[in-house]
Design a protein around this ligand. Sequence first.
Ligand code: ARG
Length: 461
Amino acid sequence: MSNKMWGGRFTSAPDAIMEEINTSIGFDQRLYAQDIAGSKAHAAMLAAQGIIAGEDAQKIQEGLDTILSEIEAGTFTFRRELEDIHMNVESRLAELIGASAGRLHTARSRNDQVATDFRLYMRDTIDALDAQLADLQKALAEKAIAHADTVMPGFTHLQTAQPVTFGHHLMAYVEMTARDRSRFKDARARLNECPLGSAALAGTSFPINREATAAALGFARPTANSLDAVSDRDFVMETLASASICAVHLSRFAEEVVIWTSPSFALVKLSDAFTTGSSIMPQKRNPDAAELVRAKAGRIIGALTGILVVMKGLPLAYAKDMQEDKEGAFDALSALSLVIAASAGMVRDLTPDAGRMKAAAGQGYSTATDLADWLVRALNIPFREAHHITGRIVGIAADKGIALDEVPLSEMKSVDPRITDDVYSVLSVECSVTSRTSYGGTAPERVRAQAERWLKLLNGE
Ligand code: ARG
């Protein structure tokens, strides 16, 4: 049997492999709600403009409502030979209401239809991700307040650098997540224009009202160029770029959880709820959730790369290549949703080991910068010279295998006779973090203020 939709031109059915490569219903059925909403807005507009009869529009609306409930009840039969969600819905509509169904596709093409559906889908997905990201921020800020005073080692090059507070470290991710949310918001604002009525590529000769369909679907405005509207998928790229950056942030967090929970570090514990055991090694507690959060960034970035490569050489306007825009995006955005939920779960679950954190924070001469700063402040020594003096004192400590605050004053004086007893007051890790009160710094009072500011903001959302 030739296809119902274009049977006028075609006399025989497609080859089986043609159908196999061409069909998208297996994945684009996910767009059913958006597709039906788009069709309802289109039919109402056609009737309001006197392009189709009110009676036909009425039947179309009712038929589409029936189809929606059939799909939601799981009684709708999706048919591969009907290619995609658009033709599956339209074909069922014809079964339900007869000839009136044929009027729905007036002044419309699947090209503007799919672009509209997918933008609507992205908008809904971005809204759902935004709510999840806000929840993650809340989890981070709450944990940060609880650990505003908990001292931990701060690293550069993964070498102990300076003491920081655990709360400060968590708040870094609140800021990153804030930028992720703002990137999604920007993408949403740019994609929120309605392609419907662009038709196949050139617009239509019917007196349609594109403002009306755009408004009915909650878009800010109709797209201004019909070729652009059916040709571009930059809204997919931009959403996936935002998703990729967000996934990279959470992958870094996950990597830190892996490091912190490793017995060699043992700075943080995850409960049974977020770890797994080993089938052979009874002692193991593996941070699998963190590892999978880390790994899923790979497929999300893969989807971004995929759509960029699919689109990069396509001439305007629509080409079937663009049907490849969906699976990667669906997969990546569900993966991101899972990653955000798992990250929030781990943040709420984890417990830092304050004792080990403090001990680790003091290792590796982490308060050497405090000593140098003291030389500048107390003795008015230029910072470069202070750095040199401190380096020599660290050398003495390293030779003796002792901590910086264990170096006797006589040894310090042998490096620079101006040094006094007062220097020991800045060498503890607590003093180090408490002193870093500059805006954005790690001092507990700063961390508490930032976390409180964020929680107020988040709770007001
Ligand atoms: N399933 C198609 C897609 O996802 C819908 C648009 C088809 N348009 C066409 N001219 N064949 O891209």
